[in-house]
Design a protein around this ligand. Structure first.
Ligand SMILES: Nc1ncnc2c1ncn2[C@@H]1O[C@H](COP(=O)(O)OP(=O)(O)OP(=O)(O)O)[C@@H](O)[C@H]1O
Ligand code: NI
Length: 409
């Protein structure tokens, strides 16, 4: 979706979702697993961001955290925020849940301690709902409404005993005020929009009567039934063959342009990521280790892990006679990171990598839209200076209690 790369010039007011310092841990009998450990990223309206990384790197847990679907023994830890910024929704929820509202008027202490944070002034609603702190009753109003999600296996989202029409209509009735319009017409229109032929007929059929690719289209239609602002796609094409995969990616691209959807696209496939993303976040062992506009990431990767992932794309290195893979596996993060989790597999590893935790820094001092968490950067500093910068930032981040107020940012 490279036509969206010009969006870098858009203002932060277009940001619909900001994830900041997200840490989600599972407290098992044996150990605590920091599945997501300090991840931050922004999503703008109409933008597709990719999250890519090997199996176990924390991609799905990131998605489930945003959706409020982390199940016990998992929990989002204090200090995390997931700010959903759609003004209409923020306003509506503030009316519905007045006990959950925090008012800020610029100077002085904020009033209240709720998850719905409202800024005063300028006539328009500015503010956000912090999904990391929101009680389930608030999250439920957003999940499946403002933010929808589709998964790898479409059958997990479809009920085998109901017709496709019934399931889409149920989603429509649940989330949309159709204002008297015919719900069957609306459902048929949605199926047409996702490219299902003979939509009227299709409404009367059952999920098993469709192919895998068509089922995924139906699931996308159900997600659109609630007219979301944000669509999270967790490996939606992984189970499909290459041709069908390409068709689904095209469909998502079209739908995004028509509806100004923000899309978070999760996959372990670098090829797919390059096709669909405006901006890419590379995830490793719970941390985002590099973020850049898609083009930059592919032409000028910084983190040794990203470079390893790119080298393992078939056909990218015609000279190489066999596929390079990165030796070893993603470690299970069972304590907060104090060093570089990639160091044991890294061809560039040096002494400090086992002692200092790499913070997210600009690749060069001036490259503000390309950051990486690797002690080799910023590139234009000496190695000692770079390491010192990471140490300094690390102290700033972890001193005192993890809860940071907006005023301290
Ligand atoms: N319910 C759970 N209980 C304990 N640990 C969990 C749970 N769910 C996830 N984890 C752990 O969290 C880490 C991240 O898992 P996650 O599913 O997010 O990885 P992923 O990047 O989506 O991988 P994949 O590409 O295989 O889907 C893994 O170490 C996993 O074992
Ligand atoms: Ni996953």
């Amino acid at each position: 979706m490279s036509q969206h790369t010009a969006m870098a010039s858009r203002t932060s007011e277009d940001t619909i979702l900001s994830v900041e310092d997200l840490t989600t841990a599972f407290f098992t009998d044996k150990e605590t697993i920091y599945a997501v450990d300090g991840a931050s990223f922004d999503l703008r309206r109409g933008e597709t961001i990719g999250i890519v990384g090997e199996s176990g790197s924390g991609k799905s847990v990131t998605a489930r955290s945003v959706m409020g679907l982390v199940e016990s023994p998992g929990r989002i830890l204090d200090g995390s925020s997931i700010k959903y910024r759609n003004p209409e929704t923020v306003e509506r929820l503030a009316d519905q849940f007045s006990g959950e509202v925090t008012y800020r008027d610029g100077d002085g202490e904020p009033e209240g301690d709720g998850c719905i944070v409202l800024d005063d002034g300028e006539g328009t609603t500015r503010g956000y709902v912090d999904l990391a702190r929101a009680p389930q009753k608030v999250v439920k109003r957003i999940r499946g409404g403002d933010i929808a999600m589709i998964f790898q296996d479409p059958l997990s989202s479809l009920n085998p005993v109901y017709t496709v029409g019934n399931q889409i209509k149920e989603a429509l009735n649940l989330h949309r005020d159709l204002g008297g319009r015919n719900v069957t017409d609306e459902a048929a229109e949605l199926l047409e929009a996702v490219g299902i032929p003979d939509a009227r007929m299709a409404l009367k059929e059952y999920p098993h009567q469709f192919s895998g690719g068509q089922r995924q289209r139906i699931v996308i239609a159900m997600a659109l039934a609630c007219d979301p602002e944000v669509l999270i796609c967790d490996e939606p094409t992984t189970a499909l063959d290459v041709t069908i995969q390409a068709q689904i990616l095209d469909l998502l691209d079209d739908l995004q342009r028509e509806r100004d959807l923000g899309i978070v696209f999760i996959t372990h496939d670098m090829g797919v990521i390059s096709e669909i993303s405006d901006r890419v976040n590379v995830m490793y062992a719970g941390e985002i280790v590099e973020t850049a506009p898609a083009e930059t990431l592919f032409t000028d990767p910084a983190h040794p892990y990203t470079r390893g992932l790119l080298e393992s794309i078939p056909g990218r290195n015609p000279g190489a006679d066999r596929l390079t893979t990165i030796e070893g596996d993603v470690p299970t993060p069972n304590q907060p990171a104090t060093d570089c989790r990639f160091a044991p597999r890294c061809p560039e590893q040096f002494d400090a990598c086992t002692q200092v935790h790499p913070e997210s820094v600009s690749v060069t001092e001036s490259a503000t839209d390309h950051t990486t968490a690797c002690l080799l950067y910023p590139d234009d500093r000496s190695r000692e200076d770079a390491v010192a910068l990471h140490e300094h930032r690390g102290r700033g981040e972890t001193d005192d209690e993890p809860v940071r107020t907006e005023a301290q940012r």
